[in-house]
Design a binder for this molecule. Structure first.
Ligand code: URA
Length: 433
């Protein structure tokens, strides 16, 4: 087989077969196929798309390029959850303890944040003592004992995807639905879950900007999951504005605790309860969404979800007292308010801009090597639809420095305040099964 012939085949609009895809992914991962040939192939895929069979073969080939985690030492149906990424997205921190309280094992590998989006692992590391690196044995033991453990992704998880993603980033081939879908699903398949709930975000802070594009991506990923015998559901949820009110690390832990206590942001709670409901259906605890939703609200109201969160934190070396004493979490030195210049209603909050503003304060990374400051971040005091009076605070900046004028200007730009009330925000646009 020669790579040049396969590029020609794909360029001509023909489908590649499983052996050809294995040859390409294996050869590229080993370094036998150079970047310039892989770039040409990615561009041909970008323009000509892929069939369902090609996408499944690509997913399996990328998953199999590194370690395939075997979770069989953990009993029960292992249900994973994945978000396509957003700003203020702390759903994993909330749904993990909820579904674990229902007896569903959560053996989760999560990523770090990059650019305007945050990462679950960074947020957890803001809890004093929390360890995100466990040996495989300790990971399995923690899940068997507490039904939940969350660790960092192994360096050898789908290395082909890592290499291809870096190449896509510099060849303008990231926003291709077959490539995004296979990239995400390869890591989920390699992580070993039996079933997967996908949270596909749309809006200003997300990869997908329209519901139609998000539906195609969601359908493509659900088809991959089903074709590889993983029961998969995709929800399409809003990322037009940040999720919840806190953006950062320690402050997102605080907000997650509030939701687990039953006193958190309403919209964030709604999305979390829905994601947890679908996870518990895939985990075969409930049959209907309504049944699941009611039980999940109970598990929050009776304190069980919060208790599970405490046990989970303690089992990974973290200080569980942060739950009742959030002041034990890192706190910023300065708090500055961003003041509304006029009366009106908040019509828009550009999630990407807000994510970048938080990153500039130090809550995120511009480059992989950057250090995070867990204490800093933003609190959105006003969200879409809220009434604002001139002089009121729309957002609070938590900072460890005083020169925040650039960040403040970005936040002003991200907020659009108009005299008319906008339509109600839709939280969940569709569910693809
Ligand atoms: N997230 C991924 O893991 N891969 C993509 O291609 C896009 C988003």
């Amino acid at each position: 087989m020669r790579m040049v012939d396969l590029i020609h085949k794909k360029r001509s609009g023909e489908a590649l077969n499983e052996q050809e895809i294995q040859f390409i992914v294996g050869g590229y991962t080993r370094g036998d196929i150079p970047d310039y040939q892989m770039s040409a192939l990615l561009m041909a895929i970008y323009f000509n798309g892929m069939t369902g069979e090609e996408i499944s073969s690509l997913t399996l080939a990328m998953a199999g390029s590194g370690e395939m985690i075997d979770l069989s030492a953990i009993s029960g149906v292992k249900v994973d959850k994945h978000s396509t990424g957003g700003v203020g997205d702390k759903i994993s921190l909330i749904v993990g303890p909820i579904v674990a309280s229902l007896g569903i094992p959560v053996a989760k590998m999560s990523g770090r944040g990059l650019g305007h989006t945050g990462g679950t692992v960074d947020k957890l590391e803001s809890i004093p003592g929390f360890q995100i690196e466990l040996t495989k044995e300790a990971f399995f033991e923690a899940v068997n004992a507490n039904k939940i453990a969350i660790v960092g992704q192994s360096g050898n998880l789908a290395p082909a995807d890592k290499k291809m993603y870096a190449l896509r980033d510099v060849t303008a081939t990231v926003d291709s639905i077959p490539l995004i879908a296979s990239s995400i699903m390869s890591k989920k398949i390699a992580s070993g879950a039996d079933a997967i709930v996908l949270d596909v975000k749309i809006g200003s802070g997300a990869f997908m900007k329209t519901v139609d594009d998000a539906r195609v991506l969601a359908r493509t990923m659900v088809n991959i999951g089903q074709s590889l015998n993983r029961n998969t559901i995709a929800m399409i949820t809003d990322m037009e504005q940040p999720l919840g009110r806190e953006i950062g690390n320690a402050n997102e832990i605080r907000e997650s605790i509030e939701v687990l206590r039953g006193t958190g942001d309403k919209e964030l709670t709604e999305v979390a309860v829905s994601v947890a409901s679908y996870m518990s259906i895939l985990g075969k605890v409930f049959e209907t969404f309504e049944e699941a939703q009611a039980a999940i609200r109970d598990i929050v109201a009776n304190g069980k979800a919060l208790e599970t969160f405490k046990r989970f934190v303690a089992s990974q070396g973290g200080d569980p007292n942060v739950v009742d004493h959030p002041e034990l979490l890192p706190t910023a030195q300065y708090h500055f308010d961003v003041i509304a210049a006029k009366d009106g209603f908040v019509n828009q909050i550009d999630a990407e801009q807000i994510g970048i503003a938080a990153m500039l304060l130090g809550a995120g990374r511009a480059k992989k090597e950057d250090q995070i400051d867990y204490a800093v971040g933003l609190t959105l005091n006003k969200k879409i639809g809220d009434i604002v009076k001139a002089g009121e605070s729309i957002c609070t900046m938590h900072a460890n420095r005083q020169d925040v004028a650039e960040v403040e200007a970005m936040i002003h730009e991200a907020y659009r305040i108009e005299s008319t009330k906008p339509a109600d925000v839709q939280l969940i646009y569709d569910v693809i099964v």
